[in-house]
Design a protein around this ligand. Structure first.
Ligand code: DQA
Length: 137
């Protein structure tokens, strides 16, 4: 089982950024824990702050992964382009969020990804990624 995690803008700052909302752990150390927890899963991780790069990565992932775990961060709420890319590829995408976006500001309630995702996991902290991996097993 080969899965790709794609993280969007500002998620490179996890651990430092708004720890009250996103926690104290950086993604790299969590990613290492994930690799240990799921030795049978071949995991790749890609992070970009650039919308078009995320679209390129989604397109390139098709055929190379059995699933994609996507936290498009702020682009979730604004990017028709990322939503269209998720729709365009046959690879199943799980949308994840660290925080419970439904309990936050109104502008975070809209997702351009959710209508084309296999499912959505939000509000479990970094554990949201782990739950997404489990959904593929
Ligand atoms: C986020 C939620 C988004 O609204 C926000 O812009 C982020 C992170 C989350 O994982 O909780 O950057 O996707």
């Amino acid at each position: 089982m080969k899965l790709l995690i794609i993280n969007g803008p500002n998620l490179n700052l996890l651990g430092k950024r708004e720890p009250g909302t996103y926690g104290n752990q950086d993604f790299q150390s969590y990613y290492e824990e994930l690799q240990e927890k799921f030795p049978a899963v071949e995991l790749d991780h890609y992070q970009s702050n650039i919308e078009g790069e995320i679209i390129d990565k989604l397109q390139q992932a098709e055929g190379n992964y059995e699933g994609i775990i996507l936290n498009a961060a702020a682009y979730t709420h604004t990017s028709v382009g990322i939503g269209d890319a998720v729709k365009a590829i046959a690879t199943p995408v799980i949308e994840v969020h660290i925080s419970n976006t439904a309990a936050r500001e109104e502008f975070r309630h809209r997702s351009y990804i959710a209508p084309n995702a296999r499912g959505v996991i939000l509000g479990f902290g970094l554990q949201s990624y782990e739950l997404a991996i489990q959904s593929f097993l």
